[in-house]
Ligand binder design. Sequence first.
Ligand SMILES: C[S@@+](CC[C@H](N)C(=O)[O-])C[C@H]1O[C@@H](n2cnc3c(N)ncnc32)[C@H](O)[C@@H]1O
Length: 267
Amino acid sequence: MSAPAAPQVWDPDHYLAFADLRLRPALDLLARVPLTEAAQVTDLGCGAGSVTPYLRHRFPRADIQGVDHSPEMLAAARTVHRDVAHWVQADVAHWQPAQAQDLIFSNAALHWLDGHEVLFPRLMGFVKPGGVLAVQMPDQFGQPSHVLMRETAAEGPWAQTLGALLRPAPVAEAGRYYDWLKPHCASVDIWRTTYVQELHGDDAALNWIASTALKPLLEALAPAQVPPFRERLAAKLREAYPKRANGVTLFAFQRLFIVAVRAEQMS
Ligand SMILES: C[S@@+](CC[C@H](N)C(=O)[O-])C[C@H]1O[C@@H](n2cnc3c(N)ncnc32)[C@H](O)[C@@H]1O
């Protein structure tokens, strides 16, 4: 495994501006976790800790750790949710819990890591027999927002700068997660949901992706390149996601869910 990379700089305020829309899939995932009790729980890629209080509410007596490698996100988590969990700075690619976990829960984080064929079985190995690995990841990489983002990045004077940052398919086909996890698991439940989100304001689709997938690209550009890049992408996104008569932009966002229960007998 490669050496830890410097974490991407996150902006908790921009990310949390869409808190309700981003929370819903996490709660949909948590609703499917088939545990009544848990002693050891990890919120992996916990960000600003938006979901961690829901884990605390569900498992009031658990030892919960929130793990993330972004100092900005962890600072926000520590400020707002100080006593909800232990907040730990670590790169998920190298993270290892001190003891086996009843639940490893990860909302909207693991798509930032490559090598899922190694990562997922590795994480499952940190789960107790009968415990759960529950993961939600955006599965938006073939949808217009992300296709147009990659197209714009590849066709301008910034193509060379941005080329190395483009990640065409970080999330694998659903069946591959089944194949990687099932040998270790009693059950692997996988589903996909498309949330048709109401976004408001001008360039709403651009604004949505600017706090996440687009952020590393904007940061890599020279300052003078940011306005022309944004405007070129914004024009494409306005066409793909037109404002409706009432001013709302409907933005279909697809997400992949995995709830894997570790077999009692380790394989
Ligand atoms: C979209 S946010 C989701 C945060 C939180 N799970 C939520 O649902 O609000 C993604 C988070 O994953 C974290 N992340 C991405 N790659 C990571 C890595 N390799 N190690 C640890 N955290 C990582 C980022 O720092 C960021 O806080």
